[in-house]
Design a protein around this ligand. Structure first.
Ligand SMILES: Nc1nc2c(ncn2[C@@H]2O[C@H](COP(=O)(O)OP(=O)(O)OP(=O)(O)O)[C@@H](O)[C@H]2O)c(=O)[nH]1
Ligand SMILES: [Mg+2]
Ligand SMILES: [Zn+2]
Length: 166
């Protein structure tokens, strides 16, 4: 996991760690003076994280279901909490994500890991999937973009191309 995160950090993402007993100063600095949204699978530990950052919170948390291997959708609605000089929304976790209402035409432009490469593909409207001389794919081959990150992009992009709406 650390090797994967190191690549993302290199791409310009801010990575902070939090776990029971961690010193959360770096995380608190990220949240200060901002409105942030906690998102992630049910059972990821979003509510637990907020309870940790402010021990006066008593947000409901629940063990992961052993039978299903995932969370139990404990948080039922989104709510903003004042934390570390900012506002943080705790949200219900998801088990799947639906991007069907999003325009993914320019998805590549929003991905920090792609940013250094997208202008240099042979085709200006390159989808970075089957095109020749694609510098994004080259960066994946050279290990500068994590393969799993690229695979997630590709799955979303192919889904939107198959809809033929955009
Ligand atoms: N080992 C470990 N367990 C954690 C950590 N954070 C939370 N947990 C446990 O993970 C389980 C789920 O935590 P929740 O905080 O309820 O998860 P959630 O993301 O709010 O889940 P939803 O509200 O369903 O979306 C609980 O049993 C927590 O005790 C962590 O940093 N490390
Ligand atoms: Mg929760
Ligand atoms: Zn490309």
């Amino acid at each position: 996991i650390e090797a994967y995160l190191a690549i993302l950090k290199n791409c310009g993402y801010t990575i902070v760690y939090s776990y029971p007993g961690s010193d959360d100063q770096a995380l608190k600095a990220v949240l200060k003076d901002k409105v942030s949204v906690l998102c992630g699978q049910s059972g990821a530990g979003k509510s637990s994280l907020l309870n940790r950052l402010d021990p006066s919170f008593q947000l409901q948390t629940q063990e992961i279901s052993k039978a299903l291997g995932r969370g139990k959708h404990t948080t039922r609605y989104s709510e903003l909490h004042e934390v570390a000089g900012g506002l943080v929304a705790d949200t219900p976790g998801f088990s799947s994500l639906d991007f069907s209402n999003f325009d993914l035409k320019h998805l590549d432009a929003h991905l920090k890991a792609f940013a250094p490469y997208i202008g240099s593909c042979r085709f200006a409207d390159c989808n970075h999937i089957n095109e020749p001389d694609c510098h994004v794919k080259l960066a994946v081959e050279e290990g500068n973009i994590p393969l799993a990150y690229y695979e997630d992009y590709k799955a979303l992009k192919e889904e939107s191309l198959n809809r033929k709406v955009f």
